[in-house]
Design a protein around this ligand. Sequence first.
Ligand SMILES: Nc1ncnc2c1ncn2[C@@H]1O[C@H](COP(=O)(O)OP(=O)(O)OP(=O)(O)O)[C@@H](O)[C@H]1O
Length: 551
Amino acid sequence: MKGHLSSKKSNIGKVSSDEIPSPSDSSRYGSTVSLTGSINSLTDDDGENDGNVRVIVRIKPLNAKQVRTEESESVQVISPTQILVKGTKENITKNFTFSSILTPEVSQADVFEQSGVKDLIDKAVQGFSSTIFCYGQTGSGKTHTLTGPPHLFGDRPDPYSEDHGLVYRSFVYLYDSLQGHEDVTFTLKASFYEIYNEKIIDLLNFGTNQQKFLNVRWSRKFRGFYVENLFTVQCDEFDDLLAVLEEGMRYRAVGFHNMNEHSSRSHTILTVHVIAESKDSQEGVFISRHGKINFVDLAGSEMTKKTKSHGKTLVEANNINKSLMVLGYCISKLSEGKKRNSGHIPYRDSQLTKLLADSLAGNGVSLMIACISPTKYNFSETVNTLRYAARAKRIKNSPVIVMDPRESLILSLRRALTALQIENEHLRALTNVKKSKEFPNFPEMVQPVDGTVDRTAMKYFLGETDKTFVHRLLQENIALRDENAELYAIRDSLMRDQEEASRQNERLKKMVDFSKINHNDAGEVLEEINAQNPLRTSFTLSKANYKKQTS
Ligand SMILES: Nc1ncnc2c1ncn2[C@@H]1O[C@H](COP(=O)(O)OP(=O)(O)OP(=O)(O)O)[C@@H](O)[C@H]1O
């Protein structure tokens, strides 16, 4: 259906993970369109450049117990972008600057409005890969920010609650923004999994009797990590998206400890793929863009002494802390900017970093929401979170639109063809050379202007029919390029002739000046020379005349 989700059966239909890109699959598609100058809204207010990971801070309100015991606060918001953290000793203060600081009074609806999430969804609709992730110590409000309080997903979920978090609100916004595009057909697909004790569990295919763990694989072909055999669900209706969220929230691992009654014991990644198919008005070919939005709810870092974790909860806490430490290390290496290419980034040291590698250092746009609990009791955790976030802020991504490789290849070849055609027309007009009979069908010919062809893409992504088609176009295009080279050769030769003629003309003028002294008719000769200039053939004639008349 045009302009909105295709109107197939509204029930959630499960499709194989092979049909769509895995979470780290942006490289699977020919990434051809770079995002230049169009992400101003993602620019940090503190002067960071376009393309950086946007980082905002959300401060959790004090809970009833903290209010009752009159716990003192450690943070002070100095401006909409600046925050000061004070330790128990008044002289220990730390100042941080981020894109935005969301104070405890900011409602769930306002977090959605002010966080920049809408931008990321817009980018996903355009074909970019967007990631929103919440980071912070345990109990700091990450899950609350992303999905809202747990009661929303109990026995009687309330779709109209004001407490809904970013995911639900993003679904509403996404669904609305897909309406009214008459020339585009959208398809949405979603997956939802968790990383629990370094094991991958599919939350949409949750085995009740025997828990199945999925493997994370490296795809040499697509140069990225992906979860093998992950269920992906086609979501034709808004309710299908909602069902994915509810199902995942029902099964994700939750435990309790001293600092949070409903503590997430795993990292979860919910991905919505947005596939947009449209006809390119200029090139006349169908193109599909594969955008996606990852919602990543990281488990909270915890000081096990404070949380009093033991047994199973302690094992979980150790795994959580270890993976967050590896993530922190990767972020730190990536934030070193230019130096990052020289150093090794240890993505492989945890499942989390393998699966977030693409979001952190790849071709996508990312938003980190650093959640903090503002009491003095949490001072060191708050400072750690803000340091972590400050490093993430320095990471620079290079966002690109993800397209189908075959369509991307054909589109780029067609664009190159148009450029060559214009160039050859121009050269023909310059050199007065007629269109060659050998190349009558220019519109059929394609070849990148620089002569390169993504042969890897051809090898991997083109079917036999496509290969024959593209090979034919390439052969014809080689002929077109030959003609292009010939036209340049003719133009160069004409330019050389013209330069030579000018030089000889100058010499003759000097000779005429000299002859004026001896011959009264030299002025006539000069007139003739000027009349014949600048072509060499004419020039040679005038030279002969000159010789005849002066002899
Ligand atoms: N902005 C907020 N307004 C009201 N309540 C909040 C807010 N943020 C968090 N809470 C409440 O605080 C408690 C802890 O929040 P939450 O579970 O989201 O923390 P978390 O960072 O996800 O913790 P963990 O890492 O242990 O999973 C929850 O009861 C939640 O509803």
